[in-house]
Design a protein around this ligand. Structure first.
Ligand code: NAG
Ligand code: NAG
Ligand code: NAG
Length: 278
């Protein structure tokens, strides 16, 4: 048996989407909280794991395609045909479904410097993340980003948007009217937060009108990882332990991932920080 994973960190946070600016920085919140989480030993103390990956299925939408991703798994040897084992072949683009972008996706110099998916920082890909709801009547502009009042120390943010309400990841035909970051929205995040991971609930963190520009703004800082095509259907706004694990594909500009969130600190409000700090 493997070792138990002990989780001693407790983060306390105001679990609303629009946090007042007087909320203080994310780091400031921690020492104020005297409650120490018990070691996580069983599913009951570890909280609930929520699978935020989409299943790779034929009718999963594919960027700028009408017919979805199509067949990704094909049986190449089968017991029914006299083979000793069933064996399948996997075939899909590296930006299919729930996936990450590596800096080499957009920049030739990062391709040359080896900043591919196999060298992405696992510490950036795994850790506490804030799931935020964004207003439904706008793309992710600088104005919209600023209004969210994301606490200062937050390093990972997952945006739950109109895309989830419209169930776009459940529609085979690509829809370019999805919500994403505009260039100034991306610039605002880059310049005003410590965010190292940006996740979204459709195939691109950048809105269609700013597809390349907003990608460039974020990936230029090669410490920022983009996670796209998340399934946030069952995730409420709040703080989660996030795990994103790309395949270790040598020199690849992206990779499908299995991504989960777990609520390690369910009773965040027990610290009364909302009252104290906001
Ligand atoms: C099994 O054999 C049939 C008949 O030859 C063929 O059509 C089918 O593709 C084979 N399937 C696999 C998985 O080998
Ligand atoms: C192997 O593949 C066949 C299709 O050829 C399928 O009917 C069967 O259920 C598979 N067997 C196992 C053990 O998965
Ligand atoms: C977001 O931008 C896209 C184009 O990139 C547009 O089609 C869509 O209507 C916009 N959505 C909202 C809510 O403003």
């Amino acid at each position: 048996m493997g070792m138990n994973v002990y989780v001693f960190f407790v983060f306390c946070i105001c679990v609303t989407s629009a946090l007042p600016t007087s909320c203080g920085s994310f780091e400031d919140l921690q020492p104020t909280c005297s409650f120490l989480a018990p070691p996580a030993r069983s599913s009951s103390t570890r909280g609930t794991i929520i699978d935020i990956s989409h299943t790779y299925r034929e009718d999963l939408p594919s960027f700028e395609e009408d017919d979805g991703v199509g067949v990704v798994i094909q049986l190449v040897a089968s017991i029914a045909n006299g083979s000793r084992a069933n064996q399948s072949f996997l075939k899909m683009g590296v930006h299919t479904g729930t996936h990450v972008d590596a800096p080499s996706h957009i920049f030739q110099e990062y391709f040359d410097s080896g900043d591919h998916v196999d060298t992405l920082d696992l510490y950036a890909l795994n850790g506490f993340a804030l799931v935020v709801d964004v207003p439904r009547d706008t793309n992710l502009t600088a104005e919209a980003m600023q209004a969210l009042n994301i606490p200062n120390g937050v390093e990972r943010v997952l945006f739950r948007t109109l895309n989830t309400d419209r169930r776009l990841m459940w529609k085979k035909q690509f829809d370019s009217s999805y919500v994403g970051l505009t260039t100034d929205g991306a610039e605002w995040l880059r310049d005003n937060t410590k965010i190292k991971l940006v996740g979204i609930d459709y195939l691109s963190v950048a809105s269609y009108d700013y597809l390349i520009e907003a990608h460039v703004v974020l990936l230029q800082n090669k410490d920022i990882i983009l996670v796209e095509g998340l399934n946030l259907d069952n995730v409420a706004v709040g703080l989660y332990e996030l795990h994103c694990l790309p395949l270790k594909l040598l020199k690849s500009d992206g990779s499908p991932i299995r991504s989960i969130t777990a609520v390690y600190v369910k009773d965040v409000l027990s610290c009364n920080l909302v009252a104290t700090l906001c």
